[in-house]
Design a protein around this ligand. Structure first.
Ligand code: AMP
Ligand code: ZN
Length: 465
């Protein structure tokens, strides 16, 4: 597998710390509002990376945080705490807001067939871990206390700007545009590890610490969560390109200061989705969400298809015209696949391997998803029997996750769909609790509604009788 590594600014062969195993960390959402489809482009790219690694034979353990506290970083925050602002907007507590938007994010992921990572941990659940790391950084002289806060001293590391092409002046200026001076810092680039004093005095969530009642800075959560769940050596760390500086730069500084050795070997970043006015942002007011696309009649998977047709390194500029194009192409593709009749032919292993290798080669070449989709079209056109075609499509869809073989459930309204999915979830819970009678009753209830369910490796599927 070859992948572009932001750390070395090269496409490199991926060599994991432990043969055959990959530990992967991805920065999660700040849950003060819905995710916009730009955020979701990043999660689609990370999903494809995880599934590609599995497809080519790696065992992948993936962890993601949920930023429900502490996305503040000192002076790069120009005026408001987004979580508090979200809570005030909706007359709820910060934790209620966090819980609601985490669930909404989960639903968006499901609609886009983005696999929920193995470990998903909210920042508020790992406070002890941050305190442990900050204590250690203070002991080693990487951190200092000033004006009531604990800061990381960025001059203490040999190569603080390792991830950012060493454009030191540019980076610091970039981080400080339109930002207030923080007189407690020793150096411009220093950042807060733990706040007890800040201009955001009305924080709802505070914890006691050796430095007083307070709350963590943003960057420490990813360091803490990653090391807690994935250990001291990380193979891959992902995010959108806006995370390179200061977030990932600061994660490296504090993690390597704490660990005393190199932390993560591969940093992989996805380019942004822009709208015609520039970068998409949640704080801009109205923004594009999966639900908005659905309400306009788009299939969320048409958006996934659009993302896969573009290279994750390139900026993608969103317009309804290009989404229309993607939806048309996606529908035609599904139509072509539907016409491949399951017959008596058997899989031709030689042909299967030939196309499957092409598909793997495309993805292993720095995630060339567009080439992988071309290989799918090549399969449809190829002079091979139907069983081989169908098996190749099924395999490719393990990575592409476009529901290529799934028949649309006919005549099921949105309301029915929600009811069915709630019942299926209740049945799965009953099965997990070994309440088999209850699970059977729910299956019967679904049957009475005319719904047949099928348990598969990918989860419970359903169709109308
Ligand atoms: P946030 O919820 O703001 O913390 O962002 C969640 C993820 O979305 C991060 O990995 C960001 O780098 C990424 N992101 C933010 N804006 C965009 C965008 N316009 N296009 C693609 N990814 C984005
Ligand atoms: Zn992060």
């Amino acid at each position: 597998m070859k992948i572009y590594n932001t750390l070395t600014r090269k496409v490199e062969e991926l060599i994991p710390n432990e043969p055959g195993k990959i530990k992967m960390y991805t920065c999660g959402p700040t849950v003060y509002h819905f995710a916009h489809i730009g955020n979701l482009r990043t999660y689609i790219f990370e999903d494809i990376l995880e599934k590609t690694l599995k497809y080519i034979g790696y065992e992948v353990k993936r962890c993601m945080n949920i930023t429900d506290v502490g996305h503040l970083t000192s002076d790069s925050d120009s005026g408001e705490d987004k979580m508090l602002k979200g809570a005030k907007r909706e007359h709820k507590t910060v934790l209620e807001i966090a819980d609601y938007y985490t669930q909404e994010f989960k639903k968006d992921c499901k609609k886009l067939n983005i696999r929920w990572p193995d470990i998903v941990s909210p920042a508020t659940q790992n406070i002890d871990e941050y305190i442990k790391i900050i204590k250690n950084l203070l002991e080693k002289g990487y951190a200092y206390i000033s004006g009531g806060n604990v800061y990381f001293d960025t001059t203490k590391l040999k190569d603080y700007y390792v991830l950012t092409n060493h454009k030191e002046d540019e980076m610091v200026v970039g981080a400080r545009v339109g930002v207030e001076e923080d007189p407690s810092k020793k150096n411009q680039a220093d950042f807060v590890l733990w706040f007890t004093k800040s201009k955001f005095e009305d924080q709802e969530l505070k914890w006691s610490s050796p430095w007083g009642l307070g709350y963590p800075g943003w960057h420490i959560e990813c360091t803490g969560i990653s090391i807690k769940y994935l250990g001291e050596y990380l193979d891959i760390h992902c995010g959108g390109i806006d995370n390179i500086f200061p977030h990932h730069t600061n994660e490296i500084a504090q993690s390597e200061g704490y660990l005393g050795h190199k932390w993560c070997n591969y940093w992989v970043h996805g380019e942004h989705l822009n709208d015609i006015n520039g970068k998409m942002s949640k704080s801009k007011g109205e923004f594009l969400t999966v639900s908005l696309l659905e309400s306009k009649g788009y299939n969320p998977l048409a958006y996934r298809y659009l993302c896969l047709k573009s290279y994750y390194h390139n900026v993608l500029t969103f317009s309804y015209d290009i989404l229309d194009g993607a939806q048309n192409e996606y529908n035609k593709l599904k139509g072509k696949i539907k016409n491949i009749i399951k017959d008596n032919s058997t899989v031709d292993n030689v042909k299967y391997e030939e196309f499957n290798n092409k598909f793997k080669d495309a993805l292993s070449n720095d995630l060339n998803t567009s080439q992988a989709i071309t290989t799918l079209y090549d399969v449809l056109k190829a002079d091979i029997n139907n069983a081989t075609k169908l098996e190749l499509i099924r395999s490719f869809d393990e990575v592409l996750s476009l529901d290529l073989l799934k028949e649309e459930s006919a005549n099921i309204t949105e309301q029915e769909k929600q009811q069915i999915e709630t019942l299926i979830e209740q049945r799965n819970q009953a099965k997990n609790n070994k309440e088999y009678d209850k699970a059977d009753k729910i299956r019967e209830e679904l049957l009475n509604m005319g719904i047949i369910i099928k348990d598969t490796r990918e989860g419970t599927l359903y169709e109308k009788k």
